[in-house]
Design a protein around this ligand. Structure first.
Ligand code: FES
Length: 102
């Protein structure tokens, strides 16, 4: 389990990049308040989801605008066609932790 940050420090719609693991992971809080962890690099090209735009519980890639489901890591529209990895998130005593699934 890897500590990320306090839940209170990640507002809905915000993202934080965990680059102590390679490749890096994006921990993103959807607008619902749910926290997700997905591989940070888009499956289409070199773009960071932490620079993307959160809408609902999805994130739009900042480079070519494919929208990815934060829960499944799957793209909802082209040009991306492949999903990205997802990781387990736990909230304990107000702290966010991730468990890397690789
Ligand atoms: Fe993400 Fe192209 S780099 S859609």
């Amino acid at each position: 389990m890897l500590f990320v940050c306090k839940l209170d420090d990640l507002e809905p719609g915000e993202a934080i990049k965990v680059d102590s693991v390679k490749p890096p992971i994006a921990v993103i809080r959807g607008e619902s308040g749910e926290v997700y962890a997905i591989d940070d690099t888009c499956s289409h090209a070199e773009a960071s989801f932490c620079d993307g735009f959160v809408e609902g519980d999805t994130v739009e890639c900042p480079l070519h605008m494919s929208v990815f489901c934060l829960k499944t890591g799957e793209p909802e529209n082209p040009p991306a066609t492949k999903g990205v990895g997802t990781h387990i998130v736990s909230i304990r005593d107000g702290d966010i932790y991730i468990e890397v699934q690789r």
